[in-house]
Ligand binder design. Sequence first.
Ligand code: GKR
Ligand code: MG
Length: 429
Amino acid sequence: MGRRVPRIVRAAATPILIGDPPLLNVLGVHQPYTPRCIVEIETDDGAVGVGETYGDAEYLALATSLADAVVGTPVTALNGLFDLAYEAGGFADDAAPEFDPAGLRGRRTPSKLVRSVVSAFEIASLDALGTVLGLPVHALLGGKVRDRVDYSAYLFYRWAEHPVADAPSDDWGAALDPEGVVAQARRFASEYGFGSFKLKGGVFSPDEEIAAIKALAKEFPDHPLRLDPNGGWTVDTSVHVATELDGTLEYLEDPTPGVEAMAEVRRRTGALLATNMIVTSFEEIPAAFAADAVQVVLSDHHYWGGLHATRELAAHCRTYGVALSMHSNTHLGISLAAMTHVASVVPELRYACDTHRPWQTEDVITTPHVFRDGAVEVPDTPGLGVELDRDALAALHERWRRLDVRGRDDVAAMRVKYPEWTQPPLPRW
Ligand code: GKR
Ligand code: MG
């Protein structure tokens, strides 16, 4: 007789708002608060698991419906989550894809929405199952192949403060030129030990951003560097930047929008190109790989559909000789725990993953992660190895109830300071 499979007796999706600094990107600036959704799963043997995903209104609506739908199902029924989510959301997977300008998450499709929400339920289920079995999540994924996961510092041009009253604030100060970027990198290196840097570009003219990368290279000659303008440049501009920074960048991330344009930059420069914008779902793989438009896919386990799906992505990349790493979006410690577990089981991870986490000053776990020498240790404790801080969750949920932020809108946030600001067309330069 095998062991009885635990069943889900309670599931909840709790929206929260987390403080975010005024980080600049090609669209505008981060709002003072960003929505996230925290998922809890409880099994009939009393184990609780947690997951985290995007919290914009449409994600939250589906997560709320899926929380009802999973009650009574086995906690191991991970493959069934996708159909349950389609049913719970009441939509089909054949709607025309559209670009998702607000989140820089590539194309917006029902399947990506489903995958983003399912990921939090998959991870919460794995967390609960691991707790029941006394095994870490990485063991449920086949076992870690490394004990530490390297992260890269995520440098942003930024203002010192949000231009509104009562916004969260920090002591990082402004970074609006090469000196500011280098000073930010110095602090990331000394406080967190990060050994590589990614600069979010697409904010200033390409030549100013080239100067910032050159300044970083001068100050940190041994640190791999990346530049990511989120598709902000034309092919010609991308070729100019790639040529100027030849030998200086570890890779160039999403210089220009679209498979054909990326492939042309690759053909004309031979630069190593990474993306979290043109390959964001399994359907987008064949065309992009065939065109040699991308050599490093940056997974986001949320919109790829969770940890098993990330391993499936890793298999595709391995087959075609394309490298795999991870980018990030504004997130808290549950997502960082999930990133760390899945990164620990992918043998071919060659590049440090990036993380926004150091930019957040609050969390919903009792013991936030510590970066040592730029890495997070892979825990061997049961489940994800994190514990939900219920008071913190309640406080951030209360903030969500009090404020009316229901999505991420970097364009609107920019307009507060520059009323004439409109969403820039991509490519912008
Ligand atoms: O947080 O401004 C930001 C980033 O631009 C984020 O939205 C992207 O999804 O960091 C991401 C990336 O493009 O790598
Ligand atoms: Mg990117």
